[in-house]
Write a protein that binds this ligand. Structure first.
Ligand code: ZN
Length: 758
């Protein structure tokens, strides 16, 4: 053994062992029990592996290796989430491929994705992740696509998928509809315009943040509370009058206003007044107008009162069907312009900060969203709300608080799941067609189906059914694809080596038997998307839970305490850390995080990790130089008291760490072992027995060699490179194994060796 560990050489040698020579070490055999299956997050194929990936994958690899050493047949799959808008943007902007040629665009996207995967893949392997490389899946595989379409058709046949025209959240910048999970509210500066609507010789004063939507006003709503007429002939809530010191002429009961007609200024159209319990009496004047569609309340009111629908904003986010002066303007431009036009009817305009519905899932978009009615595919999720609350109870969460994020999300759902992404290209096509206004699924033998590409299949349907319509301008929400990963990983295990599979149903049904799998690991920021979607889809499709346990990590923060991100310029590339230090040092940092919490990256943690590796190496080298020749079978009949003592504390540590791992407490696990290795063993026992070692005292030599052997097994899940290397230097020959992973904890356990000395 070298005096100092040469990390570069170690990494190359051990990686070659794991991922070339003995790739089979990590191969999962679905027929072997006991199994331990992890539903790993398929990273989006951005081309860059980041610290967030490193954190999650190291956690899972720790668990995978630990479970293998416990004797489990472990499945640690690797997948890639391929489709989506970010790739589409790159193909369009960087490769300059025109969107019009969809076939070429799809091919270019596929190539781009393959390249991206290659660079990410290498980083993941460098981290030492013990993936089963025989079953790597990509959501753009034909096999995967066919499975996703199969599950969608299955849900369709069960009446859970429908097509309907509904206002959807539309991003004018991305030019697509998005789902609730992709949207959020962001506080922005805006205005509150008070506009006077004529009611005979008086004015009803409404307050709105969206005056530019004037032409789509279809009703005025008041609360079932007291209103007043002021001396200036304004009708407002009593609260508003009092707050603004307006002289009250008389009280008006809501019944008096209900059903009356008002004239919208400029537009000169008449609309009615409605009384509704959902009007916020304390907001503005307590009177609002309803525009189709300014917000979600408008959707509800329009349905409830059967109001007209007048659309005044198009997909580009520009005004249509409005006054000549406003048509063609952007929403922001129109908002300014309309205030000029309205000046005779404007009571006042206030600057306010309010929450604006925004495309929050894309940090590079953050555009405000519009509600535009579109014909789209939906999945019925609302009617299963209560069941979802019930189902999640059976899953164990680490940490338990994370469950609330899921529950809050489920409870807040107020729309079915819109799964159409209009105008996107790089996505999975809908396996449906429309004939005589009705939706039909394509035949199973045609899966995977893409009407843009599979012209022969399309022709077949045209011949058979005449005039049929396919959905060439819509692709599936990407979460539809990733929300079946627990099924897909089993499916891939059952069909290893089979491509372009036709017996989808058979293997799908076979997969169900293996659910729920053991663990889902993921970040908290995708609880309301990936975790929720998977729970929903898998349970509905199979009747079974997706997993028994969910382990949730926080976000990775940069040294400056902000979220680590490329755009903030504070991100660190995992490869940089591994080049400067070692994969094991990076793993040390990752494993010192506690679940659920945001976690800061610091170079200091990396250094601490690295110095621990060096300590371990020095201990090993001492054992190598002095105890190599001692065989385990030559264990002495009796040990000295200090030998027994170190073995006793070793046993305590083992028991403690087995307990900690039941709850995935890596951080405490490592602390316990670090203290034992550094203080009890290296600085304590090893120093004390140096004299005995010089005298070739077999009891001391045997104990040293044994304790290190146990340490290697228990530290292997955390620091696989250095422990594997040391194992191969000192123990490989005697144990006749290539890798420490071919051994089990139970084979080196105390019961076998230590109890004899009690
Ligand atoms: Zn957007």
């Amino acid at each position: 053994m070298d005096k100092r560990p040469d990390y570069k050489t170690i990494e190359i040698e051990i990686r070659d062992l794991w991922f070339n020579k003995r790739k089979d070490l990590f191969r999962f055999d679905i027929s072997k029990d006991p199994k331990y299956v992890i539903d790993t997050p398929p990273p989006f194929t951005s081309g860059e592996a980041h610290m967030g990936h490193a954190l999650g994958f190291v956690w899972m690899d720790f668990i995978a290796r630990f479970k293998r050493l416990e004797g489990y047949n472990v499945y640690f799959p690797l997948g890639f989430d391929c489709h989506g808008l970010p790739t589409e943007r790159k193909v369009e902007n960087k490769l300059r491929i025109k969107r019009e040629d969809k076939i070429r665009f799809l091919e270019a996207s596929r190539e781009w994705t393959l390249k991206s995967i290659e660079s990410m893949y290498n980083t993941f392997l460098r981290l030492g992740c013990s993936f089963d490389l025989y079953k790597v899946y990509k959501t753009m595989d034909k096999k995967y696509e066919a499975l996703v379409q199969y599950t969608l058709i299955k849900m369709f046949n069960e009446g859970l998928v429908y097509r309907g025209k509904k206002p959807v959240m539309w991003c004018p910048k991305c030019k697509t509809a998005i789902s609730m999970q992709e949207a959020g509210y962001i506080e922005r500066e805006g205005i509150l315009a008070y506009i006077k609507l004529k009611l005979e010789n008086k004015f009803v004063l409404i307050a709105t943040t969206r005056p530019e939507m004037i032409s789509s006003c279809v009703g005025v709503f008041i609360a079932n509370r007291e209103y007043v007429e002021t001396e200036d002939s304004l009708i407002v809530s009593r609260v508003f009058a009092e707050k603004n010191n307006l002289k009250i002429k008389r009280i008006i009961k809501p019944e008096e206003l209900n059903g009356r007609e008002l004239e919208i200024p400029l537009i000169k159209r008449k609309v009615k007044i409605y009384v509704d319990e959902n009007v916020d009496y304390n907001f503005g004047t307590g009177i609002v107008w309803v525009c189709t569609y300014g917000d979600f309340m408008d959707i509800e009111w329009r349905e409830k009162y059967k109001l007209q629908e007048i659309i005044c904003i198009n997909e580009e986010g520009r005004i249509v069907n409005s006054l000549g002066e406003l048509n063609g303007l952007t929403v922001e431009e129109a908002r300014k312009k309309v205030l000029d036009l309205l000046k005779d009817y404007l009571y006042r305009v206030e600057k306010i900060n309010h929450n604006v519905l925004t495309h929050t899932e894309r940090q590079d978009c953050l555009s405000s969203l519009e509600l535009i009615p579109k014909e789209q595919f939906f999945i019925k999720t609302l009617e299963l709300k209560e069941k979802l609350i019930e189902w999640q109870r059976e899953i164990k969460f680490y940490p338990e608080e994370m469950r609330n994020r899921l529950i809050n999300w489920i409870e807040s759902m107020d729309q079915d799941w819109n799964i159409s992404r209009t105008k996107l290209i790089w996505g999975l096509a809908f396996p449906f067609f429309k004939k005589d206004g009705r939706i039909h699924p394509v035949e199973m033998e045609d899966l995977p189906f893409d009407p843009r590409r599979d012209k022969e299949k399309v022709e077949k349907y045209r011949k058979k059914y005449g005039n049929v319509e396919f959905f060439e301008d819509e692709v599936l929400d990407v979460w539809i694809e990733s929300s079946i990963t627990p099924i897909a990983i089993i499916y891939y295990a059952l069909t290893e080596g089979l491509e372009d599979l036709k017996e989808i149903k058979k293997y799908f049904e076979e997969s169900i038997k293996y659910l729920p799998v053991d663990l889902r690991q993921q970040g908290y920021e995708i609880i309301r998307t990936w975790l929720y979607d998977t729970l929903f889809r898998v349970k509905v499709l199979t009747g079974r839970l997706p997993w028994r346990e969910a382990l949730i990590n926080g976000m990775v923060l940069a040294e400056d305490g902000r979220k680590m991100s490329k755009s903030l310029g504070n991100s660190v590339d995992p490869n940089e850390v591994m080049d400067k230090y070692s994969p094991d040092a990076l793993r040390y940092w990752a494993l010192m995080a506690s679940y659920g919490d945001d976690y800061r990256f610091t170079w200091k943690d990396i250094e601490t990790g690295q110095s621990f590796m060096i300590k371990l190496w020095n201990i090993a080298r001492y054992v190598y130089l002095n105890c190599r020749e001692v065989k385990f079978k030559d264990k002495p009949k009796e040990l000295e008291e200090e030998d027994v003592k170190i073995l006793d504390s070793l046993r305590d540590i083992i028991n403690k760490s087995l307990e900690l791992m039941k709850e995935y407490k890596f951080q405490e696990y490592l602390k316990v072992w670090r203290k034992f290795v550094w203080e009890d063993f290296a600085n304590g026992y090893l120093e004390r027995v140096k004299e005995r070692v010089r005298n070739k005292d077999i009891k001391a030599l045997w104990t040293l060699k044994y304790v290190l052997r146990v340490i290697l097994s228990f530290l292997h899940p955390a620091f696989p490179y250095i422990t594997e290397k040391i194992y191969r230097e000192i123990y490989k020959e005697e144990e006749k194994k290539d890798s420490i992973l071919e051994t089990k904890f139970s084979e080196i356990f105390m019961e076998k060796f230590l109890n004899n000395y009690k």
